[in-house]
Design a protein around this ligand. Structure first.
Ligand SMILES: Cc1cc2nc3c(=O)[nH]c(=O)nc-3n(C[C@H](O)[C@H](O)[C@H](O)COP(=O)(O)OP(=O)(O)OC[C@H]3O[C@@H](n4cnc5c(N)ncnc54)[C@H](O)[C@@H]3O)c2cc1C
Length: 386
């Protein structure tokens, strides 16, 4: 069998694998092979995301991942090259029940204690931001002006281009088909082209991370769930550059994509799977839900060709799985972002590089994100997921 060697093998050329490979290379570990099963890079979830970035989480570690990542995205072109196209239009979260509002006030206080500029707003103030919103049943809203959206494709390809300039190798159409172990160590990753002997392997396979974990006989609880994104024809009655706005009670969200409105709502009842066709039946529920909060949307036309579906990579607690595996310390997880992998990719790459090169992630404490939590801890799910 044809054999190669590399210091690190990164499985998956999405935004997370690209960030991991970049951060390794930027610290001098350039002998990396990035394996991508598709014919080209950045075709998985990264290319199908709604591209939102926000600080507004309920768990401190998620807020910290966002603070680090969004700061890096602000300086992406000068630090990495390429473009992140970060648009800090904010995230506006609308709340209509007292219990949730109490939690959102606590979340806002937590975020502010970490230096995030989250504000609480009265319902009437929402009308200054999005006129014609139904606010009579709202209790309040939270708004962070430093949230927004970005260009995930630009970020991932920017990381990959710089990483390859530094010496890393990208292998397209090259799936990892087996992970060879000797006792408690990975020795090689097998591909249809042969074996790659390596010192480190990083599972950055997005929605397929569970399958890649199984190649090493590991149980990595990440499952793919379809999520659809819908788009209107150009529609001026929703102002340009509104924040990414979420009606927390229903889960309906929208933002502007140039002159169109991009919107969606997760179908929580759909079982896991890899179906990538747009769910047109679900669209009716999404529209019915959305027009309750934003009645003006009833007047918008749908741009069928601009709608798409992608896969969320969901863990049981909606928290990512990061770091070295205790049973196999030279295998690392960088997956399970549960719909937040774009916004947490810069921090993830930096932390995985620390795990490998410094022995342990230290810029942000990721102990509660390690895979061991599923076997020996009561899970603390992230509450702010949509
Ligand atoms: C509709 C939708 C909306 C979203 N909105 C947001 C948002 O607003 N903000 C946000 O932060 N996140 C959002 N997400 C989530 C975000 O897109 C993901 O968390 C992120 O893209 C994960 O990146 P990744 O690199 O881990 O995965 P991917 O981009 O899926 O990359 C994984 C790669 O691994 C490759 N691969 C898999 N198995 C193998 C193998 N055996 N060998 C080699 N290669 C393999 C795949 O082909 C793929 O290219 C959204 C996702 C969807 C679907």
């Amino acid at each position: 069998m044809n054999e190669k060697t590399a210091t690190a093998v990164v499985i998956g050329a999405g935004i997370v694998g690209a960030s991991v490979a970049y951060h390794l290379a930027a610290r001098g570990c350039t002998d990396t092979i990035i394996l991508e099963k598709a014919t080209t890079e950045v075709t998985g979830s990264t290319a199908r995301s709604a591209a939102g970035v926000r600080h507004q989480f309920a768990s401190e570690v998620n807020v910290r991942l966002s603070i680090y990542s969004i700061e890096r995205l602000k300086h992406f072109t000068e630090e990495v090259g390429g473009h992140a196209d970060l648009k800090q239009v904010g995230y506006l979260l609308l709340v209509n029940d007292a219990e949730t509002w109490a939690a959102y006030e606590r979340n806002a206080a937590l975020q502010r204690s970490l230096g995030v500029r989250t504000q609480t707003l009265a319902p009437k103030q929402v009308l200054d931001i999005i006129p014609r919103t139904r606010v009579d049943d709202l209790i309040g809203a939270t708004f962070c002006p430093d949230d927004g959206y970005c260009d995930p494709y630009g970020i991932a390809t920017g990381y990959l281009a710089r990483t390859r300039e530094l010496g890393a190798r990208l292998k397209r159409s090259t799936p990892a088909v087996a992970i060879h172990r000797s006792g408690e160590r990975v020795t090689a990753v097998e591909t249809p082209d042969g074996l790659i002997n390596c010192e480190w392997v990083i599972n950055a396979a997005g929605p397929w991370a569970g399958q890649v974990g199984a190649l090493a006989d590991l149980d990595i609880p990440v499952n793919p769930y379809r999520r659809c994104v819908y788009m209107t024809e150009p529609f001026a009655l929703i102002p340009t550059d509104i924040p990414l706005t979420i009606d927390v009670g229903s889960g309906f969200y929208m933002r502007k994509e140039k002159h169109r409105v991009l919107f969606g709502l997760s179908n929580e009842n759909e079982p896991p799977g890899e179906n990538l066709s747009v769910d047109w039946e679900w669209l009716h529920i999404v529209i019915e839900t959305g027009v309750v909060r934003f009645p003006v949307l009833e007047q918008a036309g749908l741009a069928h060709k601009n709608c798409w579906a992608g896969l969320y990579e969901i863990t049981p607690d909606h928290m990512p799985i990061l770091g070295r595996h205790p049973e196999l310390p030279n295998y690392l997880d960088a997956s399970g972002f549960s719909g937040h992998g774009v916004m947490h990719a810069p921090a993830t790459g930096m932390l995985i590089a620390e795990e490998i090169l410094d022995g342990r992630a230290h810029t942000i404490n990721i102990d509660e994100l390690r895979v061991t939590r599923f076997r020996d801890q009561a899970l603390k799910p992230e509450a702010n997921v949509f």
